[in-house]
Design a protein around this ligand. Structure first.
Ligand code: ZN
Length: 55
């Protein structure tokens, strides 16, 4: 199960990722769940979908 963690919204590089579903940049970055540093988890506030970004 995933659950939001409001304590991680500290500002900074949380925004800017473009949602692949709706194209919105109203997204937040989430903490990675594992050692996969080559990608990051984001969550779109526009369509309420989580998505990954490879870096
Ligand atoms: Zn979206």
């Amino acid at each position: 199960m995933r659950e939001p963690d409001p304590s991680v919204t500290t500002g900074g590089d949380e925004t800017g990722a473009e949602c692949p579903y709706c194209g919105s940049t109203n997204t937040v970055r989430e903490h990675p769940k594992g050692p996969s540093l080559c990608r990051s988890m984001h969550y779109c506030n526009g369509c309420e979908q989580p998505f990954e970004r490879f870096e």
